[in-house]
Design a protein around this ligand. Structure first.
Ligand SMILES: Cc1ncc(COP(=O)(O)O)c(C=O)c1O
Length: 414
């Protein structure tokens, strides 16, 4: 029967497409674990399950879409090679899929892409070029490369096969949740261009229509809320987030239609919540997740009452630059009262510094760093300032340490 005028067009990706992608991916991708999280379950008031795509080959879900797309290239297209643009995860997914399929790959990455992601992409066998400061800018170079050389552009999210491949995450997590006896009510998915959340929604809308699908974007790079409000993809004029994987300035056309029709809500999360989520997953679940990969977990931290359990949270990737990890961990520890930085002013006489250190030892604060200065304008000639970096057990302990100093007559100035 042909569709009459006014009949709704079939969505570009449906459950059958996702199932077909799952068959292609058999033996290629890992069925990543779906792990319960005690910490998040307590917060939400019901079961929270973590879909660990940070443990996927090449460190993120991206191999699913890249392999599905490239598997369907003709022999002639494969001969021409492929080209992609990415901040890192799609780059690695494309490079690994190309190696598995025996295809030449070239990847354009932004100039500031994390070094470990650049190196990993090269190790998987891709030729890497760096240009532009965002993925959108790198994409312009990749498209020009494709026009000049005939290499097939593998878009990170704006293609039916890519969306179908990413959707296999949704298939898997529904089956795994059911096998563990959970009747899922909500799935929260980290969202950039929208390929992952669109694929998951395409699978779930047919397979488990009662499940609410929610996208999570970084507040500083949230193209979806504005685009959904406008009824069409809009381009952000600037982005600011540490979550490089989801810093995408414009939703893809293919994912946008699916998100508009099938995703229940797109929420945003702050940088603070991203770092708290990363730290919680590391400390409580022993899972290393990159900031983009922690966006869905951050949404639970930020809006704990907004998601009906059982909730599945997609941890979409784990490729994090150790230097960024160091900064995030320090920031998260400071926010939790586990670091205390302060300055004290004391008389400039022998024994003054050791007196302060003795007080700190008594208060059970571990000294990490000490700076000693005599030249600040707020000091009298016979005073010194001591800057202290201390390890404390939490906010209460930090307050008790400051009280112990003040109680002993030490002037705390900041
Ligand atoms: C770790 C991670 N999470 C989420 C996403 C967002 O995927 P999409 O662009 O399909 O929304 C990306 C994209 O690169 C990513 O690397």
């Amino acid at each position: 029967m042909s569709a009459g005028p006014g009949a709704a067009a079939a969505p570009p990706v449906g459950l059958d497409d996702v199932r077909a992608a799952a068959r292609l991916l058999e033996g290629v991708v890992r069925t990543t674990p779906l792990e319960p999280s005690a910490a998040l379950s307590e917060l939400v008031g019901g079961p929270v399950l973590l879909k660990c795509e940070n443990l996927q080959h090449a460190g993120s879900f991206k191999i699913r879409g890249a392999y599905t797309r490239m598997c369907r290239l003709s022999a002639e297209e494969r001969e021409r090679g492929v080209v992609a643009a990415s901040a890192g995860n799609h780059a690695q997914g494309v490079a690994l899929a190309a190696r598995l399929l025996g295809i030449r790959s070239t990847v354009w990455m932004p100039a500031g892409a994390a070094l470990p992601k650049v190196e990993a992409t090269r190790r998987y066998g891709a030729t890497v070029h760096q240009a532009g400061s965002t993925v959108d800018e790198a994409l312009v170079h990749a498209a020009a490369h494709s026009r000049a050389t005939g290499a097939v552009l593998i878009h990170p999210f704006d293609h039916r096969d890519v969306v179908a491949g990413q959707g296999t995450v949704g298939l898997e997590l529904v089956e795994q949740a059911a096998a563990a006896g959970h009747d899922l009510r909500t799935v929260v998915v980290c969202t950039g261009g929208g390929g992952l959340v669109a694929g998951v929604a395409a699978a779930l809308s047919a397979l488990a229509p009662g499940v609410r699908v929610v996208g999570a974007q970084a507040e500083g790079a949230a193209a979806y809320p504005a685009s959904l409000a406008a009824g069409a993809p809009v381009t952000l004029d600037r982005m600011a987030t540490m979550a490089d994987g989801i810093a995408i300035g414009r939703p893809g056309d293919v994912p946008f239609g699916l998100v508009r029709d099938l995703v229940d809500e797109v929420v945003t999360v702050s940088e603070e919540s991203l770092s708290r989520a990363l730290l919680l997953l590391l400390e409580r679940s022993k899972l290393l997740v990159e900031p983009a990969g922690a966006a869905a977990a951050a949404a639970l931290l930020e809006h704990p009452g907004a998601f009906e359990p059982p909730v599945a949270v997609v941890l979409s990737g784990g490729n994090v630059d150790p230097l960024l990890l160091l900064r995030v961990v320090r920031h998260g520890l400071a926010a939790a009262g586990r670091y205390l930085g302060c300055r004290v002013q004391v008389p400039d006489r022998p024994g003054a510094l050791s007196g302060v250190l003795a007080l700190l030892a008594e208060a059970d604060a571990n000294v990490l760093e000490v700076f000693h200065t005599r030249t600040t304008t707020t000091l009298a000639v016979d005073e010194v300032e001591i800057g202290l970096q201390l390890e404390t057990r939490g906010h209460e302990h930090a307050a008790a340490v400051l009280e112990a100093l003040a109680g002993a007559g030490v002037r705390v100035v900041g």
